[in-house]
Design a binder for this molecule. Structure first.
Ligand SMILES: Cc1cc2nc3c(=O)[nH]c(=O)nc-3n(C[C@H](O)[C@H](O)[C@H](O)COP(=O)(O)OP(=O)(O)OC[C@H]3O[C@@H](n4cnc5c(N)ncnc54)[C@H](O)[C@@H]3O)c2cc1C
Ligand code: FES
Ligand code: FES
Length: 484
């Protein structure tokens, strides 16, 4: 059985197909059609809901952390122990919620199909910031598409909603909601099943390892932002899933003198917080990773686990010399991330083995790390090319270099010939031009709808030139914002 609060109502589910998304659950099982389906692929935001989770700070204080999610990519099993808030939960005692009122006052809605999603993103924004902030509003709304209003009235609604925020029914009921969430906090592995389809929801890494050992055929479900597409876009049924998002150890972020250890099921939003102070460009890149909804549910382990050649974090992690800890049963092994990717979607992961954590070295002296993403849109778009450069300079000479790319080969990959051409050479224009030529030895990229092979190679070379110029003239602002 799994249990969660739907708005303020307790729901217990046992016999439910685990392939049912929260969107379909709301509309078809609960008869709540306020949440809309636009794309069923995480691109439009019409299906946005908010999920609240109990958050216990280091000093023991308790609160609820609210995050916007795409319900079209969220399976019901991942709600276990949480609070699901849909647009129906906002109007209270016959009165519109302040974010709904702001949308109406500012004329933020015309046809209205996108409106519930915008309202829920605004609700999450209001819950997460204290003062109006255009940048935060744009970030919160980047994953919501509207074809009618032109966005300006919606941004005005965001400003009004944040300026005039007053305690609402969720704030007033916070103590009771915390008590109810504590009362339903899972104490053992949960399960959702229907016939022979099942999703198991373990709480500890040891239980996860046991379950995966006895169900090697299971698909691991983290945020589901890749996996759910198999159901919503390719109409597959996933017979057995194991949801890893309730395993506390996999959501832990630990800072050590020489490294940061990030649990594989840590949402990308939390990785942003962990990595941005150490590597500002990593933070910038994550800021351009999909939308806030996707970053709230998608995880770092899922981004590595899907082994996509255009995943954004692997090139950065490879350039930084990151490692992953893989676990099978009680046994763990540590692997350099670059050795994890073998061929297109083929990895070094064995049967019943999963990624437990990612180890990111702290920034060493003399190395300069930069990351660049080339995509057709600034927000919410997949990379045509993603480049990460990490060069160690000593007295003007390249003593070591780690350069890695996504979108240039069947796997995220280091540019070994390019690195070799730089090592031991003075860091100057001529060396960089030779390194650009060497990139053609490293990669034979493909043409697809994102970019031609010629564009990809030239783009990769130009990013290296850009990196060189930036290091020569650090005041120049040409950072991660490269887009076609
Ligand atoms: C609209 C949209 C935009 C996107 N934009 C981007 C983008 O800009 N950049 C980008 O890189 N990606 C993007 N993605 C892809 C996706 O969001 C990321 O890859 C995300 O990090 C996946 O994480 P997840 O937790 O949702 O993975 P899931 O979908 O849960 O899992 C992905 C795969 O990894 C496996 N897996 C999960 N956890 C583990 C583990 N601990 N050990 C081993 N295997 C595991 C799963 O079994 C599955 O095969 C986008 C997706 C969508 C829908
Ligand atoms: S329906 Fe478009 S993001 Fe979910
Ligand atoms: S109001 Fe019509 S799509 Fe947004």
């Amino acid at each position: 059985m799994i249990q969660f609060l739907f708005n303020q109502e307790l729901r217990s589910e046992h016999a439910l197909d685990p392939n049912v998304t929260v969107l379909d659950y709301l509309r078809e099982h609960l008869g709540k059609p306020g949440t809309k389906e636009g794309c069923a692929s995480g691109d439009c935001g019409a299906c946005t809901v908010v999920v609240g989770e109990l958050d216990i700070a280091d000093d023991g204080s308790e609160s609820i952390r609210y995050r916007s999610l795409n319900s079209c990519l969220t399976f019901v099993s991942s709600l276990h122990g949480k609070q699901l808030i849909s647009v129906e939960g906002l109007k209270h005692q016959g009165k519109l919620h302040s974010v709904q009122q702001a949308m109406a006052d500012c004329h933020g809605s015309q046809c209205g199909f996108c409106t519930p999603g915008f309202v829920m993103s605004l609700f999450a924004l209001q819950k997460n910031i204290d003062a109006p902030d255009l940048h935060k509003a744009q970030e919160a709304l980047a994953g919501n598409l509207c074809r009618c209003t032109g966005y300006r009235p919606i941004l005005a609604a965001a400003e009004q909603a944040c300026c005039q925020a007053q305690p609402d029914q969720f704030d007033n009921a916070q103590a009771q909601t915390i008590a109810r969430l504590k009362a339903i906090a899972p104490t053992e592995t949960g399960e959702l099943n229907s016939g022979d389809k099942r999703c198991l929801v373990p709480l500890t890494v040891a239980d996860l390892a046991d379950l995966y050992g006895s169900h090697p055929e299971a698909r691991l479900l983290a945020g589901g932002t890749d996996l759910a597409l198999e159901v919503t876009q390719f109409h597959k049924t996933l017979p057995v899933m194991i949801y890893v998002g309730n395993v506390a150890e996999l959501k832990r972020v630990e800072h050590f003198d020489d490294r940061i250890e990030i649990g594989a099921a840590t949402p990308l939003t939390d990785c942003y917080e962990a990595l941005t102070s150490e590597y500002p460009d990593f933070g910038e890149l994550l800021h351009r990773f999909a939308s806030l909804q996707i970053r709230n549910q998608g995880t770092l382990g899922g981004n590595i686990g899907n082994a996509s050649p255009i995943g954004d974090s692997p090139p950065l992690l490879i350039a930084l010399g990151a490692q992953i800890v893989l676990r099978k049963g009680d046994a763990t092994r540590t692997l350099n991330l670059e050795d994890y990717f073998i061929d297109y979607r083929i990895t070094a992961r064995q049967e019943s083995e999963f990624i437990e954590k990612i180890i990111v070295p702290r920034a060493p002296a003399d190395w300069t790390f930069r990351a660049y993403k080339v995509s057709k849109r600034l927000d919410d778009d997949i990379s045509a090319v993603c480049a990460a450069f990490n060069v160690k300079l000593e007295n003007g000479v390249v003593s070591d270099a780690r350069l890695a790319f996504g979108g240039m080969a069947a796997i995220p990959k280091r540019a070994h010939a390019c690195e070799a051409s730089l090592r031991g050479k003075p860091w100057n224009h001529a060396a960089v031009e030779r390194a650009c030529q060497a990139l053609a030895e490293d990669f034979t990229p493909l043409s697809d709808f994102r970019a031609s092979k010629e564009y990809r190679l030239l783009g990769a070379q130009n990013l290296l030139r850009k990196y060189f110029i930036e290091l020569q003239t650090p005041h120049i602002e040409t950072r991660v914002t490269a887009y076609v």
